[in-house]
Ligand binder design. Sequence first.
Ligand code: FAD
Length: 346
Amino acid sequence: MTVQKTDVVIIGAGPVGLFAVFECGMVGLNCHVIDALDAIGGQCSALYPEKPIYDIPGFPQISGAGLVEQLELQAAPFKPVYHLGQRVDKLEQPNGVGGGFRLTTSKGNVIEAGAVIIAAGAGAFGPNRPPLANIESFEGQPGGCGVHYLVRRAEDFRARRIVIAGGGDSAVDWALMLHGVAAQIWFVHRRDQFRAAPDSVAKLRALDGYGLDIVVPYQLDALEGGNGVLTGVTVKTLEGQTRSLPADALLAFFGLKSDLGPIAQWGMELDRHHLPVDPANCQTSVPGIFAIGDVATYRGKLKLILTGFAEAASAAHAIYPLLNDGKPLHFEYSTSKGTPGSGVKA
Ligand code: FAD
């Protein structure tokens, strides 16, 4: 078992966790970031990548995906180590209080850190999997093949034959985005009505028969192929009539469920699925563990991305003396520090 060591582990690669990498980096702290999802960005990537956000300072309008891209760029000079597609299952203090933390992920990675920032939103995201035999064996395939619940880059699916299942905004929006990129799209829904923006539904219907076929009223029935290689998807009507759709990939958009899960077992005070913190520094009831963003609560808390950004700065400033023998941080504006990351070791 390899143990990796860092200054700070950030649980959650949502917008607030990503900005925490930057804030920690600015005070000289290295970070590892862990997320249950395969992609960074939390709710912005998973729930509304294409929707415009209007209340990010300095950006009159920016999409969820656009904001994540900017945050990733802003964090990059500090060389964060990302551990994606794995949930933090265990948090221990092997050397007692004040002696640092050891975190273990669902993939068995072990990371030791002096402090922990929990930026876990409503908890670890996981897909609502359709009940298909062996579906897990087709997940996580590279090159736009197999079963996916999120799309990070449309390009991954270039020239692939894709089944998109679901009737909401994500399914419809991605069908529109992938049209012209994928070789063929089968759009499968259990009824001929969609719970998506009417304008998008009209665009979808206009594409029917032109590289995109709307397959309704059908439900997913079985995955075809073997050894992790998907070759097609069988769909079925309520009356039992089946069709086999040749496909390299299935994109299943049945929503994501979130679950605070193991975090609730780590001995911190909880308040209705949130972590109460001291608003002055965002420390939880366990010294050395900080909470920021949607998961953190205090009197007057506003659940907004911009609030989380400020909390990230407070937490980073509070962690600095903890990891530097109590030495207080000499406060400096970013304008006085030079190019971000210029002092970071390769
Ligand atoms: P999240 O974005 O929820 O990210 C948390 C991440 O932590 C997730 O990726 C999760 O998988 C991961 N995680 C949790 N537990 C674990 C674990 N144990 N192990 C590994 N990973 C874990 N806010 C605004 O300010 N302006 C807006 O206009 C706006 N519009 C919105 C529109 C919609 C449709 C929605 C749904 C939300 C909107 N929000 C908006 C809210 C905003 O998205 C959230 O406030 C923000 O995403 C919170 O960021 P976060 O980093 O705290 O958490």
